[in-house]
Ligand binder design. Structure first.
Ligand code: G6P
Length: 607
């Protein structure tokens, strides 16, 4: 969380930094700031709230500085306020920081004895003072940052400038991403390559422990032992189109409507229907290794964890000699869990930067477990640290609430399960129905978007005034209910819970009265009658029930959204389109900030 940008070159630094911050705002948006400078004269602009607040300050200040750094913040230490916003300034040093400095209190006491005093509540100001205290000795910024970081415990991605040094931005990372964009006579810095799009496609991904000096002429890197490292410059492909709203009012609805296309990209070359073929190029596992797998940990956070749960229900159906543990990363990492023989760990993350997921990846690697990634962001930390995996290729997802990422994650995991099951002997006759349905899924999603959008919009208008809701389902529709509940609560701020339909009567039903509505997912299968009983129980207590189903049977409920589809197995992913649209329209009706809901950030890079 939090976004970092930096620039040194000959162009207007303020506008480059601002543009970068707008692109990174999805990482956090409590407060923002930039500093640019010239000949010892610095212009520091900071605001509480969104980056848009900086636009007018920049208009008023008219600087033609060509070096600077900037930040958009998701508060950890200290409330969101101008005072706590980055860049922080102590003495000659300005610094922006992602992450947490754990020993900042100890460092603060030492610095106070050296005459430093502090105006903010942040750990970042302490780090800034620490760098300044060393910098004042011989004015070598690169050396001062390296030395300061040797004294720090914690996670960080930082960019640092000294107002009397117009040639250098020094950056460093440990556990929080940083990428350097190499241009002609200019160098860009960002916590995420999306901020660099349009400026350069030549990038250096800094590794943990490395510190880099960025100048107009190039980049010098050293490792944590202060040894020079030859930086590897890579070319990244990023689509600027994916970062625009394409005529939609919000990124969220644009990304919901992206799904036929984004899912096709996930499937491209991997599901080849006319050849009865499933293929995953990046697993780096032989058939023999796939055959040997007996236990899979699928590790993720948030929406990615629900995608993982859903996929595990599918995989269990066709890989019956494999036990799957779907675990939330922030829990797994503190458990003394056992790793059975022949285990595999799969890390699922849209951003590839989620701190808890990365921590679990490190732990699994240390224990010698083979690790795969299911990741959207190319070149992200998880993608780089796993032994192999699947890029979902869903394109940039900007809205904080994940939609197209979710659909592609489920499908990528199911694809992996099928490839593994084939290695274990699943016949092509058994695989073919999955190939057929996966191949048809993008079109089926397009049909739901086409036929259900208006109906769901109206539904949302009718239910936006409720304050409480339950989402329920059985079997694979249970994790789908969890995801539906999450989508609605994060965008609408309605109190929503997801529950297994059969579990409601073991406690939660005590809450039901006519202040509640309930979204019940019901498949036309052997669980239909049981699901109907659960719905009747809720209605008997005054709850208002919306059923989302593929059944044409008669259903007694306040509202029924019927999905017509020839799919049998992947219908739940169509139900989920209804959940996504519903959450979107409720949020719009309530006047909420749809793409950047309160208190959230898209990429959670703190634990
Ligand atoms: C945050 C986002 C969620 C996302 C979760 C995991 O909480 O707001 O939308 O599902 O992080 O993110 P990841 O990038 O690892 O999939």
């Amino acid at each position: 969380m939090c976004g970092i940008v930096g620039y040194v070159g000959s162009k207007n630094a303020q506008s480059i930094l601002l543009e970068g911050l707008h692109r990174l705002e999805y990482r956090g948006y409590d407060s923002a700031g930039i500093v640019t400078f010239q000949d010892g004269d610095a212009c520091l602009l900071r605001v509480k709230g969104k980056v848009a607040g900086l636009d007018s300050l920049v208009n008023d200040s008219h600087r033609d500085d060509s070096i600077g750094i900037g930040h958009t913040r998701w508060a950890t230490h200290g409330e969101p306020s101008e005072r706590n916003a980055h860049p922080h300034n102590v003495g000659d040093i300005f610094l922006v920081h992602n992450g947490i400095i754990e020993n900042y209190k100890d460092l603060k006491s030492v610095l106070e004895t050296r005459g430093y005093s502090f105006v903010s509540e942040t750990d970042t100001e302490v780090l800034t003072a620490l760098v300044d205290s060393i910098y004042q000795q011989d004015k070598n910024l690169f050396a001062a940052v390296s030395e300061a970081l040797h004294m720090v415990v914690g996670a960080y991605g930082i960019a640092v400038v000294a107002k009397d040094n117009m040639d250098e931005v020094v950056v460093a990372r440990s556990g929080s991403p940083l990428v350097i964009g190499v241009g002609e006579d200019e160098t860009f810095i960002a916590s995420d390559p999306s901020a660099l799009v349009g400026n350069t496609d030549q990038v250096i991904f800094l590794k943990d422990g490395e510190v880099a000096k960025c100048t107009r002429d190039g980049v010098t890197v050293k490792d944590s032992a202060d040894q020079a490292v030859e930086p590897i410059v890579e070319t990244i492909e990023m689509d600027i189109q994916a970062m625009q709203k394409k005529g939609f009012d919000h990124f969220l609805v644009k990304e919901i409507f992206d799904q036929p296309e984004s899912l096709s990209a996930t499937l491209a070359g991997r599901v080849v229907k006319d050849q009865d073929l499933l293929r995953l190029g990046g697993l780096n596992m032989s058939e023999e290794e796939l055959r040997a797998v007996k236990h899979i940990f699928i590790v993720a956070c948030g929406t990615a964890s629900y995608a993982s749960m859903i996929a595990s229900y599918y995989i269990e159906r066709f890989a019956d000699d494999v036990v799957i543990d779907t675990v939330v990363a922030s829990e797994l990492r503190y458990r003394s869990f056992n790793v059975p023989e022949n285990s595999l760990a799969i890390f699922v993350s849209q951003s590839g930067e989620t701190a808890d997921t990365i921590a679990c990846l490190k732990e699994m690697k240390q224990r010698g477990v083979r690790c795969l990634g299911v990741v959207n962001a190319v070149g992200s930390t998880i993608a780089r640290e796993v032994d192999g995996g699947i890029y979902i290729h869903a394109g940039a997802e900007i809205s904080v609430a994940s939609t197209k990422g979710f659909t592609s994650q489920v499908v990528a995991l199911v694809l992996f399960g099928l490839v593994m099951a084939q290695a274990k002997g699943m016949s092509i006759e058994d695989v073919r129905p999955y190939i057929d349905e996966l191949d048809a899924l993008p079109e089926e999603i397009a049909a739901v978007l086409d036929t259900k959008n208006e109906e769901v919009k109206q539904l949302a208008a009718d239910y936006s005034h409720y304050e409480h809701a339950f989402y329920i389902g059985r079997d694979v529709l249970y994790p789908l209910a969890l995801e539906g509940a999450l989508k609605l609560k994060e965008t609408s701020y309605i109190h929503v819970e997801g529950q297994p339909a059969g579990e409601l009567k073991h406690g939660s039903i005590a809450l039901i009265d006519d202040r509640f509505f309930e979204v019940a997912f019901v498949m036309d299968n052997e669980l239909f009658e049981k699901s109907m009983s659960n719905i009747i129980e809720v209605q008997a207590r005054g709850g208002h029930v919306i059923v989302v189903t593929n059944s044409s049977r008669e259903i007694e409920a306040e509202r029924v959204v019927r999905i017509e589809s020839r799919l049998k197995m992947f219908t739940p992913l169509l139900f989920n389109i209804v959940s996504q649209l519903f959450a979107y329209y409720v949020a719009v009706n309530k006047g909420n900030d749809v793409d950047q809901p309160r208190n959230l950030a898209k990429s959670v890079t703190v634990e």
